[in-house]
Design a protein around this ligand. Structure first.
Ligand code: C2E
Ligand code: CA
Ligand code: CA
Ligand code: CA
Length: 278
């Protein structure tokens, strides 16, 4: 009898696996079909210590006709695993540059930077630099206002090639930000030789800044590190006034988080900054 139960369990397990696989395949087909018509860009403001708007981060959403707005946490991993991140990423980059070019027509918005997330797979394509340059020249966007956010996990790969790509991007004025900084294992000696412009403190540290002493110590260390390397430091996931004040006291002057504003569609963003008096 034990044997029979064992066999049944195995059977259920198989069914679960089968179901998960089928759902994945189905979602992938839906996603493939969704690019780019059902993709939406949201923008989250970035501010300085005086509360002035300095830029925004582009965050993608999937507007499914039946399921509604789907969070990137639910489809970016699938897009990465399936390779769909490549056409998706290219569309995001192009659309972001289009927006950047429009802002550059407006005197009050000319100085804004626009941060775009780039997945490791996308960054490692042989023609990635060309893709970025094409998006810039097709739209007329200013390369020095474009910031590419990459994660530390990229640094595990061929560091020499990654450095070369970054250097090439930088030679065109494009800026690089290390996203989710502090969660990976990038060694300090790597950091010294990488041509990055910005460290983005991961929100997991920022959110518990007020309550967790070791997270506060990590945040302090990253800020000091940025200062000694001469790179900008921005904190993401700033949810309270206390967190912002602690960050300012420690020498961080760039913020992004729900305390200031959530990611929002363009229309809302425009309303937000006209109200904020920008
Ligand atoms: P991320 O790049 O670390 O983006 C920051 C995430 O934190 C965003 O989630 C944002 O909505 C959220 N966030 C911002 N401020 C706060 C805050 O104060 N509190 C809390 N709790 N959360 C905050 P979102 O938009 O769901 O994006 C999740 C992740 O999906 C992103 O993490 C990024 O890794 C990925 N992603 C989003 N858009 C793109 C894209 O265009 N391309 C690629 N490759 N990945 C993207
Ligand atoms: Ca990011
Ligand atoms: Ca991040
Ligand atoms: Ca993240």
């Amino acid at each position: 009898q034990v044997k029979q139960i064992g066999r049944n369990c195995l059977h259920f397990f198989d069914q679960d696996m089968q179901l998960a696989l089928e759902q994945r395949v189905e979602l992938e087909a839906l996603l493939r079909n969704a690019i780019p018509e059902q993709l939406r860009l949201h923008y989250q403001p970035q501010l300085d210590a005086q509360g002035q708007l300095v830029g925004a981060e582009v965050l993608v959403r999937w507007q499914d006709p039946h399921k509604g707005l789907i969070s990137p946490a639910q489809f970016i991993p699938l897009a990465e695993a399936s390779g769909l991140i490549l056409p998706m990423g290219q569309w995001i980059l192009h659309s972001a540059c289009e927006q950047l070019a429009r802002w550059q027509q407006e005197p009050l918005l000319q100085q804004l930077s626009l941060s775009v997330n780039v997945s490791p797979k996308q960054f490692q394509q042989a023609n990635f630099v060309n893709q970025v340059l094409e998006a810039l020249s097709a739209t007329g966007a200013d390369p020095t206002r474009l910031k590419l956010e990459i994660t530390e996990s990229l640094l595990f790969n061929d560091l020499e090639r990654v450095t070369k790509t970054m250097t090439e991007l930088k030679s065109h004025g494009i800026r690089i930000s290390l996203d989710d900084f502090g969660t990976g294992f990038s060694s300090l000696s790597y950091l010294k030789q990488l041509p990055v412009d910005e460290l983005k403190i991961d929100q997991s540290f920022v959110r518990s800044l007020e309550t967790d002493d070791s997270d506060a110590a990590i945040v302090r260390t990253i800020i000091t590190l940025g200062q000694s390397l001469g790179v900008e430091v921005i904190a993401e996931g700033v949810e309270t006034e206390i967190a912002r004040d602690l960050l300012i006291a420690q020498g961080c002057h760039r913020f992004q988080g729900f305390y200031f504003a959530k990611p929002m569609p363009l229309k809302e963003l425009e309303r937000w900054w006209s109200q904020a008096g920008q």
